[in-house]
Design a protein around this ligand. Structure first.
Ligand SMILES: [Fe+2]
Ligand SMILES: [Fe+2]
Length: 353
């Protein structure tokens, strides 16, 4: 049975902020801004104990209630998570790979530009900013963000992050069909990345209710971002992988900072003992009993992002046409396949191919 333990509503939508969010959403994806000061946004935060596959409580709106059918008992994640140890998750650190080529520089600057507008979108004031000289590493700020500000960032970041893997996987799939050649393991990793990002998004959506404005913003950003990624992946997939890797540096940074603010006691709603993480997350990551706090959830998600960071920096170093995907390959002399999550700068080509 589903039982509700608490209901929180937090309004984060001042008209001025809505304008900033509009601007940020579209610019982040496309460098185009269309602010509308009349638009507002509302986020609802709540915690609930709910079964993944039971009828939702009518007191809370469930945005994607499981379909109750006569025959199906449960639909587990089709792409099971490989799991992490606590040690692995705690070892993840925010980091930055310095751009080495012009393409790297373009990818890095594009992400920096998007981050600038994302900070504006979440209404970050000056005291909430971190040291701008080390934007993906520094995590200390004079003033914390609120839970609602974090959720806006998480939802928007994840709705964008799920796009490039699907585009890359799709284009490589079509390329393989067209050229009648093997892909050597890239497609599955890219599709799995987008699946994983979607699970991040669905998890956060279980915790907050994006308003109609946020939904429109995401649809707009997705339409533009998808097409941009599609074109760029055709023209230069290396730059796209580098861009994604830099985006993942931002994601690792975002989750590291939010974890720190939980540890520092700045986010009381998420440390309240009555707060429980969504069942969809417990099921997907197979999170053990006693490790189901918001901080634990963010540790899992951050470890995923660290994996994407290492994989995409590595993919950006490889020959896109010929090199096999080392992360799913079997190596000679019983050498183990590389683990990307703790290799923030990725692997050089001669280390893994
Ligand atoms: Fe993510
Ligand atoms: Fe990611």
């Amino acid at each position: 049975m589903l039982s509700t333990t608490k209901n929180w509503k937090v309004s984060v939508a001042a008209p001025g902020q809505a304008a900033r969010i509009t601007k940020a959403a579209l610019i982040s994806a496309t460098m185009i801004a269309t602010p509308d000061p009349q638009i507002g946004m509302h986020l609802g935060l709540y915690s609930s104990r709910r079964s993944f596959l039971t009828t939702p409580c009518t007191r809370l709106k469930d945005f994607f209630p499981p379909k109750d059918t006569n025959l199906i008992q449960t639909t587990p994640p089709a792409w099971p998570h490989q799991g992490f140890t606590m040690e692995e998750m705690l070892a993840v650190k925010p980091a930055h790979r310095k751009p080495r080529t012009f393409g790297d520089w373009v990818a890095w600057k594009t992400v920096r530009f998007a981050r600038y507008w994302m900070d504006k979108a979440t209404g970050m004031d000056r005291d909430q900013q971190i040291d701008k000289r080390n934007p993906t590493v520094a995590v200390d700020a004079k003033k914390p963000l609120t839970e609602a500000q974090w959720l806006v960032r998480f939802v928007f970041l994840e709705s964008i992050a799920g796009v490039p893997g699907m585009v890359g996987g799709m284009l490589r799939h079509l390329g393989s069909l067209r050229r009648m050649k093997r892909d050597n393991g890239w497609i599955e990793t890219l599709l799995e990345e987008s699946y994983n990002e979607r699970m991040h998004l669905l998890t956060f959506i279980k915790m907050c209710e994006p308003g109609w404005f946020m939904k429109i913003m995401i649809i707009g950003a997705q339409g533009i971002f998808f097409n941009g990624m599609f074109l760029m992946y055709f023209i230069n997939p290396k730059i796209v992988h580098r861009f994604v890797a830099y985006l993942e540096e931002e994601a690792v940074h975002t989750y590291t900072r939010s974890i720190k603010e939980i540890e520092d006691g700045h986010l009381p709603r998420w440390t309240d003992p009555k707060f429980s993480i969504p069942d969809i997350a417990v099921q997907y990551w197979n999170i053990p009993e006693g490790q189901r706090t918001m901080k634990d959830l963010l540790l899992y998600i951050r470890a995923d992002e660290a994996g994407h960071r290492g994989i995409n920096h590595t993919f950006g170093n490889l020959n896109q046409e010929e090199d096999p995907n080392p992360f799913v390959s079997k190596f000679k002399d019983h050498k183990r396949a590389p683990r990307p999550s703790l290799r923030a700068e990725g692997f050089e080509r001669d280390e893994v191919v």
